[in-house]
Design a protein around this ligand. Structure first.
Ligand code: PGA
Length: 249
């Protein structure tokens, strides 16, 4: 059985002292976790702090974004190589905030995705439809285009990668999709991955994100179709995040 993934995306939140407190609380409250892989995505400038605090724990950490060049004249960017240097094992790619606020298109997202893989880390690629697209019955075609744009360069691209289904209308809104609704979409995604490569369909983790809290996590994680959760707001509160981890441990 695939281990469930519990990922906390801190987005652009926290400062040295609040992050220290959060890390101390996470260390103190988190039980032994045999059934989950727990990952924190801090703002990149605090990765060193997170690395120092969590390296003796079972927590893993990752980058919220990357730039698909090893180094060079890319003012303001952080490269995949630098993330690896900070001990990151995972990198979020194509989060809806990157797609919508920063206008990232499928081409740059695919470049980031492959760059992360080439450097031996695991991309968590975020895909999802807007409310308007869902209401117009376009959910499947949107997800298909977001996923297949990754395949062009490599038909084994889903091997050693994670897909996060995050309906845009559920992110930060308090509106979570129902487990059945998510299960249906996850089955669609898994079939799509199978159509690209049968073997990868079995091993690829498909997780859900969008207003996941300690209140709805156990119902979501109980579903065999949901391999984990990507948590935004609730991951900034150690007690709530640990409750989510504890649901399955
Ligand atoms: P949320 O964010 O849990 O605050 O809705 C999820 C995400 O953006 O990954």
């Amino acid at each position: 059985m695939r281990k469930k993934i519990i990922a906390g995306n801190w987005k652009m939140n926290g400062q040295t002292s609040s992050i220290n407190t959060l890390l101390d609380e996470l260390k103190e409250l988190t039980p032994n976790t045999e059934n989950s892989i727990n990952i924190i995505f801090p703002p990149a400038i605090y990765l060193q702090q997170v690395k120092e605090a969590l390296s003796a724990t079972s927590f893993k950490w990752g980058g919220q974004n990357t730039y698909p060049q090893d180094k060079g004249a890319y003012t303001g960017e952080i490269s995949t190589v630098m993330l690896r240097d900070m001990g990151c094992q995972y990198v979020l790619v194509g989060h809806s905030e990157r797609r919508h606020i920063f206008a990232e298109n499928e081409k740059i997202i695919a470049e980031k995705f492959h760059h992360v893989k080439e450097h031996g880390m695991i991309p968590i690629v975020c895909i999802g439809e807007t409310l308007e697209q869902r209401e117009q019955g376009q959910t499947e075609s949107i997800l298909k285009s977001q996923l297949l744009s990754l395949v062009e360069a490599d038909s084994r691209c889903f091997n050693n990668s994670v897909i996060a289904y995050e309906p845009v209308w559920a992110i930060g809104t308090g509106k979570t999709a129902y487990p059945e609704q998510i299960g249906e979409v996850h089955q669609y995604i898994r079939n799509l991955v199978a159509s690209v490569n049968k073997e990868d369909a079995e091993s690829t983790a498909i997780i859900y994100g969008g207003s996941v809290t300690e209140k709805n996590a156990s119902a979501l994680l109980a579903s065999a179709d949901i391999d984990g959760v990507l948590v935004g707001g609730a991951s900034l509160n150690a007690q709530q995040f640990v409750e989510i981890i504890t649901c399955i441990n």
